[in-house]
Design a protein around this ligand. Sequence first.
Ligand SMILES: NC(=O)C1=CN([C@@H]2O[C@H](COP(=O)(O)OP(=O)(O)OC[C@H]3O[C@@H](n4cnc5c(N)ncnc54)[C@H](O)[C@@H]3O)[C@@H](O)[C@H]2O)C=CC1
Ligand SMILES: O=C(O)CCC(=O)C(=O)O
Length: 458
Amino acid sequence: MSTSSSKAEEATSKPSVDEVVEAAKQRDPDQPEFFQAVDEVVASVKPLLKERPELVDVLARMLEPERVLHFRVAWQDDDGRTEINRGFRVVMNTACGPGKGGLRFHPSVDLSTLKFLAFEQTFKNALTGLPLGAAKGGSDFNPRGRSDDEVMRFCQAFMSALYTEIGPDTDVPAGDIGVGAREIGFLYGQYKRLTRRADGAMTGKGSNWGGSLVRPEATGYGLVYFARHIVADADESFDGAKCLVSGSGNVALHAAAKLISLGAKVVTLSDSSGVIHEPDGLTEDGLAFITELKTVRRGRIKEYTEEFSESAEYVEGGKPWQFAGDYAFPCATQNELDGDDAAALVDAGVRGVFEGANMPCTAEAIEAIKSGSLMYSPGKASNAGGVGVSGLEMAQNAGHVFWDEEEVDSKLQSIMEDIYTAAKDTADRFDLGGDLQAGANIAGFERVADAMVAQGVW
Ligand SMILES: NC(=O)C1=CN([C@@H]2O[C@H](COP(=O)(O)OP(=O)(O)OC[C@H]3O[C@@H](n4cnc5c(N)ncnc54)[C@H](O)[C@@H]3O)[C@@H](O)[C@H]2O)C=CC1
Ligand SMILES: O=C(O)CCC(=O)C(=O)O
């Protein structure tokens, strides 16, 4: 081969998948959470990229957000002091529809965390089958310990910087960690005050001011609907099963409620301080106590053992994964279940791990879960019910209609079943031994990639 032709070949040869990922890592060496999420997806989609090598270019574009907004949020606390926080919105991919994804208010929020969440959201939203793109945003502001007035002033300042960038056909934020009904109310109120538009540019709104029924419950209920398919395929059921649930926020509380309604014994819940273990399972009254404790009094989970139950124990700094059970539902935060925790679950005879949080299992944990032959569902599939019902909220807002609970819940069940089927069928298509993680990643990736190809290079 002549030197000139090999030069021409070099000039036109495309980078490999690994080179594409390596180049992205070199651009942002300080974003470990983002690249943890990227590595997980890329490992799964390699069989597809082998079949369709032209999609490697598309992957390269997916690794760069479409837009990143970084803004100052200055506000006054109750003592009249000026406080400064950082605000962000990462619009990752609008190939399938407007930006869509939650806002997180937590001291750990930075660009790496938001890019990982927005990247996960890209494939999750595609899996719902709805016309949704993907975004995520938030702030390092911590609502814990702040008065309602402080939270309102913070939310108003945050939205004052963001309102020009969002809209029902542009980007539609919702809640996530630290952003619940109270925060959505303050944020949407400020959006309307500034734009004079009640156009549903946020989801998770109250059901008497433009929100959808079942949106508060949707992520937790959807998780259980999804897991129920996996468990049923193994000829098992949740009736009488001991379930280890982590967290005590929106996702955990509604997953626990649905599990209890199916006859399961929810033996743990937790917060960032520790875990409670109720050996015979939480009663509906016990769960109602914790729901009030967490959403109204904004207290700590240990108060359940101090004020409500004599049979429960509280372990400061503990995690649910130290207890025995049949199934585990990590519903708190990223990387809350590591390799050692997963090994403990395998040793304790746990038979399935179903993710409610985004990326709650580390890579080592997933490896241990799979080599222990446990059932496993990745968050981007099993927690997609929240954004699914957000999509239904957008549809109701656009049509100026309001659906009853039965209608929304039955649509949610269909969405979860369709995602399960897509993940399973895609795993079969690539002969992946029923690996739902790989199946979900490939199915979500392929939908977004096809949409990007159809819309040209930009
Ligand atoms: N809210 C939603 O609709 C959706 C949420 N998710 C994900 O679910 C997870 C939980 O979110 P939400 O319930 O909405 O938030 P939340 O703010 O209502 O609850 C978060 C819970 O996690 C606990 N937590 C936080 N850090 C912890 C730690 N290091 N160890 C133990 N517990 C910790 C908190 O104490 C709280 O109970 C997050 O990963 C979120 O991204 C995913 C899909 C939708
Ligand atoms: O409903 C939404 O848009 C937010 C859901 C979300 O943030 C998530 O799926 O992680």
